[in-house]
Design a protein around this ligand. Sequence first.
Ligand code: 13P
Length: 274
Amino acid sequence: MIVFLIPRAWLTGLSIITNGNDMNKKIIIANWKMNLSPQEHLVMAETIKKGVVVSDNREVVLCPSFTSLSAVGEVLKRSSVQLGAQDAFWDEVGAYTGEESPKTLRELGCRYVIIGHSERRNFLGETDQMINKKLKAVLASGLRPVLCVGETLEERQAKKTDLVIFNQLTKDLFGIHLLDNEQVVIAYEPIWAIGTGQTVMPDQAEQVFRVIRQNTIDLWPKLMANNNVRIIYGGSANENNYNNFIKLEHCAGFLVGTASLKAENFLAICNGVN
Ligand code: 13P
């Protein structure tokens, strides 16, 4: 059997996915987690599609459950709202019960994939090594990973936040050589702020954003780190507090859980970020 290996640069170069000017756009991502029924997914996607004011300054992404990706993808076709997945496996095909490949996700119309969410790290034992493999696979398939990092409350109280973030990024991004036409989104999600109604203080968030930016500059050429990596905030972000974060120098958007489950609240964030 002859196997043709196509360089990653060609694959992404040929793909419909180009950097375009997206890097200058804010990005608001709904992570619906495991909260919606198939029918609720459709209603939410329709409502958000209709309610989003089209803007060149931001992207809106919906991440449904795997089982609703196809149906939500159909709803979002020819709209400005994009499709994302909540996870992806690190291989393209094989005996991996319950998993889904980046290639399939792309075929279903996904552009973004959340990788390394703290709920997967905590409940499913996902390690930095697994996350690293997933990131490589996602990039190789021409998708844009949304890598999640964040500290526990104990780590914050012990003043270890910067170190925790540094360690996660170093391991998660190990051996990844970003190409010109590839993009990464890094979501800073303090674990203690997820689903609790508590957020980090904006100046504390900005401090972590700076750590993340510096880490990417240490890993990749500075221009690329600045041009191909967006940093966003997640953790009880909602329609009442997003403004405190979006004005921060390094904040390029949000990864929203609870507040994305009510179309009205999510739309208030999307349409407010401009
Ligand atoms: P909440 O917005 O519910 O805190 O969830 C954040 C999150 O985990 C998004 O990925």
